[in-house]
Structures are given as structure tokens and as C-alpha cells.
Design a protein around this ligand. Structure first.
Ligand SMILES: NC(=O)c1ccc[n+]([C@@H]2O[C@H](COP(=O)([O-])OP(=O)(O)OC[C@H]3O[C@@H](n4cnc5c(N)ncnc54)[C@H](OP(=O)(O)O)[C@@H]3O)[C@@H](O)[C@H]2O)c1
Length: 333
């Protein structure tokens, strides 16, 4: 099969992306608890290229080089490993291959991810069946969707957080991105009053996804615009330290939550009066099933910015690295 592979960490991430190679490798065999998937689509997430630098090695070591990157996959089950009872050959599934499952707990033996290939191995217990859903409409869901859903409502791993509810005032920083576009819809559907930050050119876009108020982060300071408005939660998809320490305390009610998916700086603690949490998603079938159903019911739409052919996978990663996408960047096999 053909697989995109990275030989080694490289602090120069654009150079690392350029250096990816499309290689012929054996089709992997599913081992216990896993399935072999024939890949139809992948979706790109910033963590794909963030791992390239080696900067995450302390938390999420890539233990096998060369390795095939990519976490989000949509495809058809081709073979089933021992012990998998919920999936059968021919099932159409989506899955986030899992950062923790890849690198930590226990490592999947395939580096990190493995999606950007004609076939990949996935743990059977983190796949969601999508029935006859169009793959292009759901492949962007696993990593970004689980993140938005769990951070807003349930928490993940051992973290119990979120609990957004009707009437809550929620500010989403970065509403136009892959996670933000899903978070806007989920919070709005839950009856929250949703405000977001975006470029002026994307105002109509985020309004269509449920934002009631929009702040152009290029020329307005949301900490000043929303000061004193007693927000219940800020969902941070951007990761700036001043957003946490300087702006959030002006905007949140006392004890209001600042949940960040992008600020992993160990010095980030949050100022007095702000309940700060760094969040990491958990790849979980039951949560993903709920969101697949929302898509099927027309309650949630995964917005795709651009679809690249498999041969142009490095270009898809470069677009993600640019940080300006509106919704998801996809790869079609
Ligand atoms: N911890 C976790 O579990 C977890 C899970 C998923 C993602 N993440 C992290 O969360 C972050 C967002 O991920 P993503 O997939 O949503 O990224 P993305 O799709 O690449 O985000 C791109 C969007 O961000 C917007 N943006 C950039 N700078 C902004 C700013 N200062 N203020 C407001 N909007 C801004 C851009 O809008 P404009 O074009 O208008 O600038 C663009 O629409 C990444 O750092 C990712 O690694 C963490």
C-alpha cells in the first residue's frame, strides 16, 4: 500500500512537511482488539504537524520512526482482529486513532496516528459506524467534534468539566476553525448565548453557525468589548496567555470557567476568580455516535474548507499549518 511517512522529528515544521515521503509499505495486519480499515478520507488536525517538531515528545512521544501521521479516518473495515465483537468486515466507520492510544496507553506500535495511508489499523473500541452517511460529511467529526463536545458538556479522561446549559453565556475563541465551527453549533443548539472571535470576512460564516455576537480579533480587544458581562464560560481554541490572564477575568463571572484546548504552557494557572482547565479529548465511541446522529438528523454540519487528493497530503498539512482554514481540511483517497 501507499503511505505518507515522516523519517524523524524536525524543529522546522514546514521543512518536515516538505520532507514527508509517499512510500510503498506492507498492508498492516490487525492485532488483538484492532481492525484494518481501507481508508476513504482523512481529515487534518493541527496535532498532525505539531508532533513533527518533537516539542510534544515529553507528553506524547512518537516511539516508531518512520511513521505515518494522521488521526482522523473514514473508511471501510477490511479485517477484524481477535477480540473485536462490535465491528464486522464491510462496516463503514469513522474514528480518531487517538493521541493517547498512539503514544501512551498502550502505544499502538505505529508511531502516532497512521491515517494518511491506503489502509490503517484502528482500535475497534473507538470506531463509530456511520451507516450510509456520506464520508465527506462526517470524516471531520472525530477529533474536532469529540473535543468540542467533551470540553463544552462532559469533560474527558478524569476531568469532569464543561456542563454548558441553556441560558449560559459562552465565548468561543476561534469560532471559524475546525473545532470552533462545531463548538458554535453545539453550544447554540444547547440554548447558550454564544459569542465568538473571528476575522471580519468570516462574520457571516460564524453567524450562520450560531454566533449571536462576533468580535473581530484583528482590531478589537474582546476583553474590553465584553468587560463586565459575566460570561459563564470561555472555550479557548487559540491559546494566548493574555487571553487567560488579562482578558478573561474582565469578562467571566466570578468562578467562571476558562477551558483551553490550546494552552499547554505549564505556567498557565489562571488568575484569581477564574476556574482554569486545560483539556485533552478522549477518543470515545459513545460520544462520537451521538454526534454522528446529530449530523444524520441535520442538527450539526461539519464544514469542510477544502478537499485535497491523497497525493497532495503535504499541501493539506501546509494549509492547516497556516491556521486560516474555515472548518476542516480533508484528504480524499
Ligand atoms: N487539546 C485538545 O484535545 C485539542 C483537540 C483539538 C484541537 N486542539 C488545538 O486547538 C487549536 C484549534 O484547532 P482547530 O483544529 O480548530 O484549528 P484550525 O482549524 O486550524 O483553526 C483555524 C482557525 O483559527 C482562526 N484563528 C486563528 N487565530 C485566531 C485568533 N487569534 N483569534 C480568533 N480566531 C483565530 C482562524 O480564523 P481567521 O482566518 O479568521 O484568523 C481559522 O478559522 C489548535 O491549537 C489545536 O492543536 C486541541
Amino acid at each position: 500500500m501507499k503511505a505518507w511517512r515522516l523519517d524523524a522529528y524536525n524543529e522546522d515544521v514546514p521543512a518536515a512537511i516538505e520532507g514527508m515521503k509517499l512510500e510503498d509499505v506492507p498492508v498492516p495486519e490487525p492485532h488483538d482488539g484492532t481492525v484494518l480499515i481501507k481508508t476513504a478520507y482523512c481529515s487534518v488536525n493541527p496535532i498532525d504537524w505539531k508532533l513533527f517538531s518533537g516539542g510534544f515528545d515529553g507528553f506524547f512521544p512518537v516511539k516508531v520512526f518512520p511513521y505515518t501521521p494522521g488521526f482522523d479516518v473514514a473508511g471501510v473495515v477490511e479485517k477484524v482482529g481477535a477480540g473485536v465483537t462490535d465491528l464486522a468486515v464491510g462496516d463503514r466507520i469513522i474514528c480518531d486513532l487517538g493521541l493517547v492510544e498512539s503514544c501512551v496507553d498502550p502505544p499502538l506500535k505505529q508511531g502516532a496516528g497512521g491515517a494518511f495511508a491506503e489502509y490503517c489499523i484502528a482500535p475497534g473500541d473507538i470506531c463509530s459506524k456511520v451507516g450510509d452517511a456520506d464520508f465527506e460529511s462526517v470524516v471531520g467529526l472525530p477529533l474536532a467534534g469529540l473535543t468540542a463536545f467533551q470540553a463544552l458538556f462532559t469533560g474527558s479522561h478524569n476531568q469532569d468539566l464543561g456542563h454548558c446549559k441553556e441560558g449560559d453565556k459562552v465565548l468561543i475563541l476561534g469560532g471559524a476553525g475546525g473545532v470552533g465551527t462545531i463548538a458554535l453549533q453545539l453550544a447554540s443548539n444547547a440554548g447558550c448565548h454564544v459569542t465568538t472571535t473571528a476575522s471580519a470576512a468570516k462574520f457571516d460564516f460564524v453567524k450562520g453557525l450560531g454566533a449571536k455576537e462576533i468580535i473581530n480579533y484583528h482590531d478589537q480587544d474582546w476583553g474590553e468589548v465584553l468587560a463586565g458581562q459575566d460570561y459563564d464560560m470561555i472555550f479557548d481554541c487559540i491559546g494566548l496567555m493574555d487571553d487567560l490572564n488579562v482578558r478573561a477575568p474582565k469578562v467571566l463571572k466570578k468562578g467562571g470557567k476558562f477551558i483551553s484546548i490550546a494552552n499547554f504552557d505549564p505556567s498557565a494557572k489562571g488568575p484569581d476568580g477564574v476556574e482554569f482547565a486545560v483539556f485533552l479529548l478522549l477518543s470515545k465511541t459513545t460520544d462520537l455516535d451521538k454526534m454522528v446522529q446529530m449530523v444524520k438528523d441535520g442538527k450539526l454540519k461539519i464544514i469542510n474548507d477544502k478537499v485535497y487528493p491523497f497525493a497532495e497530503t503535504p499541501a493539506a498539512l501546509k494549509q492547516s499549518l497556516g491556521g486560516r482554514s474555515s472548518g476542516k481540511v480533508l484528504i480524499k483517497l
